[in-house]
Design a protein. Sequence first.
Length: 413
Amino acid sequence: MLIHLVAAARPNFMKIAPLYHALKKEQWANPVIVHTGQHYDVNMSDAFFRDLALPEPQIHLGVGSGSHAEQTGKVMIAYEKILTESRPDLVVVVGDVNSTMACTVAATKIVYPKNSDKRQGTSDKNPEGFQLSAVSCGLGHRPLVAHLEAGLRSFDRTMPEEINRLVTDALADMLWTPSPDGDENLLKEGVPAERIQRVGNIMIDSLEMLRGSIERERTYRELDLAPGKYAVVTLHRPSNVDHGESLNRLSQLLAGISHKIPIAFPVHPRTRKNLERFGLLPILSNCNGLRLLEPLNYVRFMNLVFHSRLAITDSGGIQEETSYLGIPCLTLRENTERPITITQGTNRLCGVQDLEEKTAAILSSPASKPKKIDLWDGQTAERIVAILRNLNDRKKGLSHAEAQSTQREVRQD
Ligand code: UD1
């Protein structure tokens, strides 16, 4: 089974890595990484491939940055060509970035030429060379599409990610959810139950896969930070960083908080560009208690999170990681597509106006404990492999039955 694992941006690499490694061990599977190039800086992309022991992507679309339509369109055009040449049996898309939606649209609309089995560019390990096309599902001659991290909803359509989630989930054939709220959202939208499979949270697989390296790393010490006595900050959402006024307010608040607890702040390229554009960088860089850093690779960043007292963020993944680790998290957003991190984890939504007060409340409370959330257990990739193995076996059985029935028909003629 030729399987494309599509990755585009920083949070995607952690989601494909455990699945790539698990599929690599299977005789019947041929996983191929497709990097769309949405993130391209060394410390936003290559560094993650190194940490996660991923090979160079076999397919690189090199689309780079652009407006939403530009970026989405470039990915669709480039990926359509790849689909025609390499004809995967299955395309796995992850998360909610523009490339997730773009590859889903391209893959669900492609029509492979009939009666032509020649694939270019990649070799298929499957000795029978079958194509697990969607024919058997009555969808036409194209790959199946699976969405990993399906069903999450912020119910806020001003977020580009929410549009990406809605489109991807409406089109994908298999919807792999991390938590019950994902299933419920999809069912309410009319998705047939048989398309939904709750597989768990793949980010926890990456964390557990690299726990040893994360614990051996000494990022916090290199920054002269004491364990349990500093905060980690990350910001990159357009709603927080694209407007001068809100970014200024946030910068002033963080500068104030750094007098109470030291802050380590790895700065996303979008945020750095805007801090420079609005002339706000000095507010942060002139602050003794605040360490502005370049984006960190996965292991170094997670080492910083592991030993932090609290996280202040607008990232989706950090809400999950801190819940799992039992570290308080203030999410600078009005909503979250990951409500389970609030109901069962350590996450709290936080308006900018409440940041100082909520930070002070956390600092005066006892430290929290790691939270146990169902299927956030480091076994998500294995559950997906089991689903795909089953699919592969069923398809093989089907091809065998079809071949026998054709032989019978030929004999009768
Ligand atoms: C994207 C995703 C967001 C995800 C985030 C993780 C969408 C709509 N957004 O946001 O959901 O949470 O990735 O980081 O898909 N840039 C660089 N170097 C890079 C990449 C980007 O300098 O390697 C700069 C460029 O100026 C670019 C800007 O960052 O225009 C934004 O990049 P983009 O991929 O459009 O969105 P993100 O904010 O990274």
